[in-house]
Ligand binder design. Structure first.
Ligand SMILES: [Zn+2]
Length: 210
């Protein structure tokens, strides 16, 4: 498995470039910005993007998706429940003092238990509402790796005070779905350093039994 993690944009969203070195097929997860740098990594490995997967429709995760689609022809995949947030990209840009990106078109809707693939690499889609209504995590069972979006961070969890956020829902998603994964699972959060399910289960203050 080729897996490069590139922090992109001003908010340093962790963009994942995942590829099968045998078939040269790749998926890009959360191309928030810096599409030129993402393309340089794709080129370095000689891989072709088959899918652009968005963990949730915040501008720092989806801002570069249309540019990457235009450059590669790959479809954009997102959970349906974040379509409303996509319509608010202008407002999100204004909050952050950024220029508005192009309107994002979704090519395929991702639901809980769907699979996304790059060559022989397969990820299960986990719908994990809370940070946003349509937030998803991607779990690669063979590699024991979780792309967590902004649902789980090292030592913290995603904020729930933005439109569509719910503290109760994110806690439920974490306990019912994310923490059901094995302790060895490597977690790639939407921002900041990597962690593991075991470390977060033990030390994350939001996940301790009350
Ligand atoms: Zn977010």
């Amino acid at each position: 498995m080729i897996h490069e993690i590139l922090p992109v944009g001003r908010l340093q969203c962790n963009c994942s470039i995942i590829a099968d070195q045998n078939t040269h097929e790749a998926m890009v997860i959360d191309p928030g910005d810096d599409i030129g740098d993402i393309q340089a990594i794709l080129q370095k490995h000689g891989v072709r993007v088959k899918q652009i997967v968005i963990t949730h429709a915040h501008i720092d995760h989806v801002g570069g998706a249309m540019k990457l689609r235009a450059a590669t022809g790959a479809p954009i995949l997102l959970n349906q429940k974040d379509h409303a947030l996509l319509k608010m990209l202008d407002m999100q840009a204004a909050w952050l003092g950024m220029s508005s990106p192009d309107e994002v078109e979704v090519d395929r809707t991702l639901s809980d238990a769907d699979k996304v693939e790059a060559g022989a690499l397969v990820a299960n889609v986990m719908h994990t509402p809370g940070h946003t209504e349509g937030s998803i995590c991607l779990y690669f069972p063979a590699e024991q790796k979780l792309i967590a979006g902004d649902t789980l961070f090292a030592g913290s969890i995603g904020r729930t005070d933005l439109p569509g956020g719910s503290f109760d829902k994110i806690i439920r998603s974490l306990h019912q779905k994310v923490l059901s994964l094995p302790d060895e699972t490597i977690v790639v959060p939407g921002h900041g350093p990597l962690t593991t399910i075991g470390d977060e289960r033990e030390t994350n203050p939001f996940l301790q039994k009350r």
